[in-house]
Design a protein around this ligand. Structure first.
Ligand code: GDP
Ligand code: MG
Length: 441
């Protein structure tokens, strides 16, 4: 999804306004991309309709490029569907019972262990795992093994009736100071009545604070039916989506929250005990879009770019009048947007920018600004004056920087000016170049 969507949105990069045509083009691509990533077809349909409405309905921020507007609209819509905020675990009862339910192989046992590890570490709880899957061969042994490995207590009574075992576990927990009790229940390959009756009986006898469905994020469209069925019969309090490791796109999370309105509380991203993360809608939206932290970037851009001053600089550039005063204004705009490293990292495709490059750019931004501050306005307007050795020496002394740094600034300015002149030529010949991003460095 991410690559495709990114490409489609970037296709409109040069255009500065949303038009019926580029909205339609982008929507087509987004629709395809969502479908490819296994998002339910009804979800895609409604999502596209909503995005279209917003894009056409004047959801337009002046001075922000069309592609950014489109991304912002899609991003906001995804967050809305994914639930806006993280939904935390309900752990206020003493003890709190968490019942894990789900189909066989969805990841209940593994996730029960991860969750115990997490509440111990993050919530300073003393968890007890309870093995109640008496059907799947080796299921209880698996839980005991995981518990031993991670130093978490496991309560089990072999093949004894799970209802009785659960009641005994509650007593055991009270006697031994366990304040979170995690029930690892049995699954089936498919939902059946016998399983649901047993789970309901368990629920009545343990009054869980949380009944969490564990679903495999890779099972495709079935995920909605499974979630709906479990919810109908057991009144779930939330969902944990597993196997969203590495490259998995997370389309499943969108389908679940949209179709069932249940909160996703965690996602599993690997087999290890630490690979369970709280679910953050904003992050998932970023991940689905594959574009870094777009929202923050967008907000910073809107807040901080002084549109008039940018336009003035653009106009001057167009007239071929780029001087050091313009460079200074541009650097001030960049500085206003905050830490340049953070800024560069928020950009799509930022992965390629090394820490060294970021530091170097940040350092130059500061040094160049200091040196230019030591010039007179006249010097900045007419950098040819800087060739005079007395002026040069005065500025170097005044700024407290070295001659090498001064020369570096002049070289950068000359390079920048040359680029501006080339750009101007292109603009005048009718081709709009992409503006921004390469002012210095
Ligand atoms: P259960 O039948 O629902 O108890 O499922 P298990 O906990 O036994 O998990 C089934 C398989 O899925 C095991 O091999 C787990 O290691 C694996 N698994 C569970 N969660 C994840 C996950 O988030 N990522 C990956 N890659 N594997 C997982
Ligand atoms: Mg199991």
């Amino acid at each position: 999804l991410s690559k495709k969507m990114k490409k489609s949105i970037e296709k409109n990069m040069q255009k500065s306004t949303l038009t019926a045509e580029n909205i339609q083009d982008t929507l087509k691509e987004i629709r395809l991309a969502l479908l490819e990533s296994d998002v339910n077809v009804d979800v895609v349909k409604e999502l596209i309709a909503k995005i279209k409405e917003k894009a056409e309905g004047g959801y337009i921020q002046e001075g922000v490029k069309a592609n950014q507007q489109m991304v912002k609209i899609v991003h906001d819509e995804l967050i809305e569907i994914l639930g806006k905020e993280n939904s935390p675990l309900e752990l206020s009862k003493k003890p709190s019972v968490i019942m894990m339910v789900g189909l066989q192989g969805s990841g209940k046992t593994t996730t029960a262990n991860k969750l115990a590890h997490l509440v111990r570490k993050k919530n300073s709880k003393n968890p007890l795992l309870v093995g109640l899957d008496i059907y799947r061969p080796g299921a209880i042994e698996q839980l005991v093994e995981l518990g031993q490995k991670n130093n978490i207590s496991v309560f089990e009574k072999g093949k004894q009736d799970p209802i009785i075992t659960a009641k005994q576990a509650l007593e055991f927990a009270e006697q031994n100071g366990h304040d979170v009790i995690i029930l690892d229940t049995a699954g089936r390959l498919q939902i059946d009545e016998k399983l649901m009756n047993e789970l309901n009986e368990l629920r009545k006898n343990t009054s869980p604070s949380e009944t969490l469905l564990v679903v495999d994020g890779m099972i495709g469209q079935e995920i909605i039916n499974v979630t709906n069925e479990f919810n109908r019969l057991l009144k779930l309090t939330g969902v944990i989506v597993t196997k969203l490791d590495g490259d998995a796109r997370g389309g499943a999370t969108l389908s679940i929250t949209y179709m069932t309105k249940l909160p996703i509380k965690f996602i599993g991203e690997g087999e290890g005990v630490s690979s369970l993360s709280p679910f953050y809608p904003k992050r998932m939206s970023d991940r689905i879009l594959g574009m870094g932290d777009i929202e923050t970037l967008y907000e910073k851009a809107v807040e901080n770019i002084d549109e008039r001053s940018m336009q003035k600089t653009m106009k001057r550039m167009f007239m071929g009048q780029y001087d050091m005063e313009d460079l200074r204004n541009q650097l001030a705009q960049v500085a206003k947007m905050g830490n340049i490293g953070g800024l560069l990292k928020m950009m799509p495709g930022a992965g390629k920018i090394s820490e060294d490059q970021v530091n170097d750019a940040q350092r130059k931004l500061v040094i160049f600004s200091i040196i230019m501050d030591s010039m007179t306005l006249k010097e900045r307007r007419d950098p040819r004056l800087l060739k005079a050795i007395t002026r040069k020496n005065r500025i170097i002394r005044g700024s407290g920087r070295s001659e090498k740094e001064f020369n570096e600034l002049i070289n950068n300015f000359d390079k920048g000016k040359k680029q501006v002149m080339e750009m101007t030529k292109m603009m005048k010949s009718g081709r709009m170049p992409q503006f921004g991003g390469r002012g210095f460095g």
